[in-house]
Design a protein around this ligand. Structure first.
Ligand code: FEO
Length: 399
């Protein structure tokens, strides 16, 4: 049984999931993911969030081991998404006198998902505090990070902020539970950026608001519900989330293309080479039929510019490009420099469809599209490629 200490009073009772291929049945997690749950042992014993149902056959045993077979007084539900709330009914069945703590919106969702008895629910308001013996818990609402009911909880005595999805990331905890146990640059930081772009980026404004709200909260450690506990450098994850929420990007360009017979891929490479000639560094090119959209989104979030290209497909864009565009519509990237290119047999349908998407998504297309009918030979596209690249670079450098 895996029970690590966060502090003398707080234990980690989360679980690693390396069996699920796709998080939310959508996003690849080659390094797995952890569902973190914590127990505070005090005069009142408090469970902070649970784990996904069925992910850990020992979850109830871990609670019992931490409480020494004693009572569990409270379960704090920071977030109702089932990767954290999945064990509420099981825990309540074992500890029927336990109070489940949440806000008014938590209660609404809890009824829809689990239908727990009213007498077990304890509603808290934003900023409310609860004395548990040697410490006080403070509940701070951070709506839409990641659902409307989401809140975070501070244990005042140890300065541990239980932040649920906020400040979390993909990647299982392969031994230690702290940031100081890993070379964070290797897996956790890239996986955290990808998690942010996939799950949280839609709510950038809410993240900025939440971070501002937490500015006055005395935090020594951040204990999220996915990924490492930030013990050594909690300020680092706050800084990263602040940058990402503010859409701050690095120098570089993502080129993502859909190609059936190589013509659009060829054009993508010509654009990449031309941008490189003009001094652009960090060009990342993805074939949307090969790179999972999760990774393309992460790169688009990371860099200042992105260029989408597609072949025509049944008078529209290629379906795999449509998938990327749909995710971009949801993510709503801000402050990006965008370009478009396409190939077709006769009617330029792909580039037209991309232009329509960009307009509807209010993206900043900075140059006329490069288009080729059939093979993108230099005779056909040489001039328009030069014009495109110059306009794109100019806009990129002005950002
Ligand atoms: Fe990890 Fe929004 O749940």
């Amino acid at each position: 049984m895996r029970i690590a200490k966060v502090t003398e009073r707080i234990s980690y009772i989360g679980v690693n999931d390396r069996r699920t291929a796709l998080f939310e049945n959508n996003w690849p997690i080659p390094y797995g993911v952890s569902y973190n749950s914590y127990i505070i042992k005090d005069q009142k014993n408090v469970l902070i969030d649970t784990v996904e149902y069925g992910s850990d056959g020992e979850f109830l045993d871990k609670i019992e081991a931490c409480t020494g077979g004693g009572n569990l007084d409270y379960l704090v539900v920071n977030h109702m998404e089932p990767d954290h709330s999945g064990m509420i009914k099981s825990v309540l069945a074992k500890y029927p006198a336990m109070k489940v703590i949440g806000n008014a919106k938590t209660w609404e969702l809890m009824q829809k998902y689990y239908g727990i008895p009213q007498e077990n629910f304890m509603q808290v308001s934003d900023g409310e505090e609860l004395n548990i013996g040697s410490s006080t818990l403070r509940f701070v609402f951070v709506p839409w990070v990641h659902w409307p009911e989401t809140m975070v909880t501070l244990d005042a005595a140890d300065g541990v902020l239980f932040s649920c999805d906020a400040f979390g990331g993909y990647g299982s905890l392969d031994g230690g539970i702290f940031d100081s146990d890993y070379n964070m640059e290797e897996v956790f930081l890239p996986e955290m950026r990808r998690y942010y772009s996939n799950i949280v980026a839609k709510y950038n404004q809410m993240v900025t608001r939440a971070i501002a709200k937490l500015a006055g909260v005395p935090v020594k450690m951040i204990a999220p519900s996915h990924g490492v506990v930030w013990k050594e450098a909690p300020e680092k994850v706050i800084a990263l989330y602040s940058e990402w929420a503010a859409s701050k990007a690095e120098e570089g360009v993502v080129i993502a293309y859909a190609s059936m017979y190589g013509n659009t891929a060829n054009l993508a490479d010509q654009i990449g080479a031309k941008l490189s000639e003009l001094g652009i560094r960090n060009i990342r090119t993805h074939d949307v039929s090969r790179s999972n959209v999760s990774y393309i989104l992460s790169d688009i979030m990371r860099y200042k510019g992105f260029i989408l290209g597609t072949c025509a497909y049944n008078t529209f864009m290629h379906p795999m490009m449509e998938h990327l565009c749909n995710e971009l519509r949801i993510m709503g990237p801000k402050g990006k420099v965008m370009g478009i290119f396409g190939t077709s047999g006769w009617n330029g349908a792909g580039a037209k469809a991309l232009a329509k998407f960009a307009e509807e998504a209010r993206l900043n297309v900075v140059a006329p599209a490069v288009e080729a009918f059939g093979a993108p030979t230099s005779e056909k596209i040489g001039q328009s490629l030069d014009q495109f690249a110059e306009a794109f670079c100019k806009a990129l450098k002005a950002e």
